[in-house]
Design a protein around this ligand. Sequence first.
Ligand SMILES: Cc1ncc(COP(=O)(O)O)c(C=O)c1O
Length: 480
Amino acid sequence: MMNQTLDYTLPEFEEILQKTSKIVLEQYSHIDSQKGFCNYSQKEVESWFDEPLPLSGMDSLQLLQQAKEKVIATATGNLGLNMYAYVMAGGNQISSVADLLTSVINQNATKWHLAPAMTEIEKRVVKWAAEMIGYTPEAGGAMVSGGSAATLAGLTVARNIFFKKLEINKNGLFGQKPFTVYCSKETHNSTDKSIALLGIGTKHIRKIDTNADFTINLKALEAQIIEDKKQDFTPFCIVGNAGTVNTGAIDDLLSLSQIAKKYDMWFHVDGAYGGLVSSLPTIKNYYVGMENADSIALDFHKWLYQPFEIGCVLVRNWALLRETYFKQADYLDTQLEQKTDRLEFNEHYFQLSRNAKAFKVWMSVKAYGFAKIQEMMQKDIDLADYLAQRIKESSDFELQSAAHLSIVCFRYIGNCTTEKEIVEINQKLIPALEADGSVFITGTKLNNTFVLRACIINHRKQTTDIDYLLETIRNVARKI
Ligand SMILES: Cc1ncc(COP(=O)(O)O)c(C=O)c1O
């Protein structure tokens, strides 16, 4: 057999790494001018990659050059200062290095003996996450792909543990009275997706009306639970929002936890967007009650500034996860391994093979320190406040919502004289701004009214960037 591998020689690999480092550094050298969006047509982008399966390899440096031109240089501006869409955090440098190192050692964080250090790091990051948000130090958890996966994991634990005596793991849901789930109308659709996947059925989600500040209306919630009980449903779980995706509204988590307790229900908190800022002294009060949650979804690729993907599910202890997920398999048996306190992540989560996501969190929290990260979080919130103030002071914008966190919803008014004109111009603004590309912003609906929505979640942003956002919208709007 020929002595072949896919590896380059060390000097060749060094050259590749040097070129890669150069590309990385170039990203940071022009970060101030990074566009929000590079407006190439879908057909054009498709054409760059339209080729048959390559049977022969190409020169690696040429390949890097191609990647630089077609992928890196055309990327949506998540790193930079002009991204306001959805919830797009800017990543951080040390986590990118960690991601590279993680993939170099290619650990599988599934069984302790396959990844000893990475497993212990993941356990530690679970503890840190609980500490960051003031949750129980006994918490168990796992790194997952993001907020949606964290909510699915939390609600899977909820379904299996809450109905333990029904042995849903074994019996499925056949023949059960429908379980009902409660959350506000502003709840992220990852709850709907999870409930669908769990076989509970989205028609059993009760979307409760909100108050004027977009938090769940507690009276309506309790009335619905009572009504469902009367109708012979099984009220099972309340999902509370620790920061909604539309406006950053934080539900009254203490009252929700009390209602859940009163009616003997599971309490899950969607903290994907807002959970991690709960330790900030300026807003801490809004989160009282989150510590009572039975499960919590967090998203480190949001307010911990991690590169995609990484979320985290927390539950009150590790045993709940194992009870939910463990399935015996001879090829995974640990009985012949040394008797130790090894924690096996494959027994605590759905995935078997898993990359070592926690490493980048560990590296970045150690590199910057959580206090510095908190300063950046507070800066995001202050910048959102600055944006809201600028909008209020202006004569051509109208503020629609400014919550406690970092999302501001607003409309461009310009010289419009009727509501119809305002709606039209704001809807036209989204594609016009995308075509312009200077800034990237998306919209949503509040009380059925279309609004522009800016989410500020990037440690690199400053007040001048916020001024630039408003100025750009004005300029683009005037051309419509
Ligand atoms: C409140 C909330 N929940 C859940 C999610 C879903 O998170 P992910 O995109 O990481 O799956 C988001 C994403 O923006 C969110 O804002």
